[in-house]
Design a protein around this ligand. Sequence first.
Ligand code: C5P
Length: 246
Amino acid sequence: MQTKEDLKQKVCLALDVDSSRQALELVKLMRDHVGMFKIGSHLFTKVGPKIIEDVRKLGGEVFLDLKYHDIPNTVANAVRMATRMGVYLVNIHASGGLDMMYAAVMAATSEAKDKQIRKPILLAVTVLTSLTNRILSEELRIKHDVLSQVVHLAELAKSAGVDGCVASPKEIVAIREACGSDFVILTPGIRPTWAAEKDDQKRITTPAKAVKAGADYIVIGRPLIKAASPTEAARKIIEELIQDSE
Ligand code: C5P
């Protein structure tokens, strides 16, 4: 059985705000209620890498969600820097190919070894949840549907030594089946049943259903940030996870 602490570690709060001040206020408020904080291109582009250090100084673990997708050497150097900054999770695009993913794995591993620091968990983005079968076939000329492309890219990431992937809640079961129990799966698109708004998320599921389907981490932004009491909303989510794991 998973403890309350285990379940709390699964919840990652997306720091999708415009300033360091807002982000750090959220970290102070939520650090005892969630396991990790996600810094994405929105906040990172505005305030830069110092925010990683600042969140860590407050005791928060960081998921650096910059979805690197470039030539292998460039991605390897970016992953090396992320490793040096002590992020807990970092991601790359699986569609950058095997060499790119392998270079990222090697960079994280060797940097951690050289500097005697922990290696971040490296995740691959498979197919963005904003893409559809139509976009895949007509615009990108990919001949497979979203689900089979997702599973293929997850398997490719695994073969490169990548630790896991980012997936929509709908894809968790198929990825888990194809890639096994050790492959880390992180999923956004999470909406508690009591959340008033779906916002722009379409393929959503509840925190408890995502964890039950096999997600190791769930990313939640607006349902927590915009709640009247973010701490109370987080408490309710963990409570639901506990009930469902019993
Ligand atoms: O506010 P909300 O809970 O929808 O936030 C979800 C977070 O996860 C956002 O930062 C969003 O960019 C990110 N994300 C997502 N879907 C993906 C990948 C990342 O919603 N496929």
